[in-house]
Design a binder for this molecule. Structure first.
Ligand SMILES: [Zn+2]
Ligand SMILES: [Zn+2]
Length: 471
């Protein structure tokens, strides 16, 4: 398999740090607003990466952070009149629900506020080793001390200064030095540190968390392309100096492209945002997931409702062929699958996935299988022959593996029992129950749980909040 590595700017054969195991990290969300389609692209891309690596026989440890304290969260807490912890809890919970709805298996989530020790330890060592300096309770990384600075983004320090959106701060030794630790402003959440009360800068958290949970020279570090500079550049600088430049921080740097709306990047800053929650009211999650996979992950994805409608009818074609062939086989007593006809398409699919996770080409291979199925179903008399039935069974197996196992897209139309209305209703019920519990009305809260259980809905209280499922 080859992966495009942003660090070397080319496709490279993938060899993990440790045989049979892959350690990967993706920069996660700052939970302070509902996730939009751009966020979900990254989530789905990483789910595909994990699924494919597992198909290749690797055991994957996938870690992702929640930036559960930062300026935006503090601002949002003021706006909503709730504590920062509540802002982070609420929007992480929404994000997890959105991800699960899109068929994503959750990574190992780690939170900044639960790992302050590791962050402070890392900053301290950078200060001790002379890579960072302290000014009035702030700690800055001194970029000049890392000669390889710029190797990921390919920018020189001069270029960065020329393009300077970097604010001038007289206390910094160089304009491009960045904060590892920020002294607390009055009224802000703060943690004790050797430099006084404060909180970590954004870049240091990803370095500290990924190194803590995955160790040095872990395999894949991923994120959106907009994070290459300065975020990932800074992560490399502080991590590799922390490791005394004896080991790389991460080995393969994978970056997914943006989702665009009317030619502009979908982000809170452009104001062009389609929350995934809203989209889920209009489209089945499997359709959204299919749409997100129709282009290679590095290519910008143009968002439009026409494209979503196209995705919807494309998925319907796949499902119809699958359902018809399944019924056709069942009516004729089934058959021992013959994989011969499907084999070249399976190979085509594998080649596509092995070539930097090219889901667009992989989907094309799945459509070849659909075409073969339809050709047979359109000549029913011939299709009823035992050898053709066996081919059909083989094609169905291949299609199921491609669509469901690898791409994570169900070949069955959604279970109407779990409709969007029910989803919304359950969100209300869970919120009411939470409210009852916070008012210590535990008997009522328990009654809700028991009554739901009686109608076949199971509530599960987890550290991330309450989840529900049909029992
Ligand atoms: Zn990060
Ligand atoms: Zn290529």
């Amino acid at each position: 398999m080859v992966i495009y590595n942003t660090l070397t700017r080319r496709e490279e054969p993938f060899t993990p740090r440790q045989a049979g195991k892959v350690a990967m990290y993706a920069c996660g969300l700052t939970p302070q607003a509902p996730a939009h389609v751009g966020h979900m692209r990254g989530v789905v891309v990483m789910d595909i990466v994990q699924r494919w690596l597992e198909q290749l026989g690797y055991q994957v440890d996938f870690v992702q952070n929640f930036t559960d304290i930062d300026d935006k969260i503090i601002r949002r807490a003021h706006e909503e009149g709730i504590p920062t912890t509540e802002v982070a809890r609420k929007y992480s919970q929404m994000y997890i629900e959105d991800a699960e709805a899109l068929g994503v298996r959750l990574p190992r989530f780690v939170k900044v506020t639960e790992n302050m020790d590791a962050i402070i330890e890392m900053v301290q060592r950078l200060v001790d080793d002379g890579y960072a300096y302290v000014v009035d309770g702030d700690v800055y990384f001194e970029v000049n001390k890392f000669p390889e600075y710029g190797k990921l983004s390919g920018r020189s320090v001069e270029e960065m200064q020329a393009g300077a959106r970097i604010e001038v701060d007289e206390r910094k030794r160089n304009p491009e030095d960045f904060a590892l630790w920020k002294a607390a402003k009055p009224g802000e959440p703060a943690w004790d540190s050797p430099w006084g009360k404060g909180r970590p800068g954004w870049h240091i958290e990803c370095s500290a968390l990924s190194l803590k949970y995955l160790g040095a020279a872990f395999d894949i570090h991923a994120g959106g392309m907009d994070l290459i500079f300065p975020h990932h550049e800074n992560e490399i600088a502080q991590s590799e100096t922390y490791l005394h430049c004896e080991q790389p921080f991460a080995r393969y740097w994978l970056h997914w492209g943006p989702v665009r709306l009317r030619q502009e990047k979908m982000s809170k800053s452009t104001g062009l945002v389609v929350p995934i929650r809203e989209l889920r009211q209009q489209y089945e999650p499997a359709v959204i997931r299919y749409f997100l996979l129709t282009v290679h992950y590095r290519t910008p994805l143009e968002f439009s409702y026409e494209r979503l409608d196209e995705a919807k009818s494309a998925l319907e074609r796949v499902r119809t062929a699958y359902q018809r062939a399944t019924a056709f086989l069942r009516e004729r007593g089934g058959a021992q699958p013959d994989p011969t006809v499907a084999e070249p398409y399976r190979q085509q699919f594998c080649d596509a996935m092995n070539h930097d996770f090219n889901t667009a080409q992989a989907i094309a291979a799945a459509f070849e299988v659909v075409r073969e199925i339809n050709t047979r179903l359109n000549a029913p008399e011939q299709a009823a022959q035992p050898e053709t039935l066996a081919e059909l069974a083989g094609l169905l197996n291949a299609l199921q593996w491609m669509m469901e196992t690898v791409l994570g897209i169900s070949l069955h139309a959604p279970d109407t029992a779990r409709s969007e209305t029910l989803e919304q209703l359950m969100r209300c019920v869970i919120a009411w129950r939470q409210e009852l519990r916070s008012r210590k009305l535990y008997d009522l809260a328990d009654r809700i749980r028991d009554d739901l259980k009686a109608v076949g809905i199971i509530l599960e209280d987890t550290p991330q909040g309450t989840l529900w499922r049909m029992g």
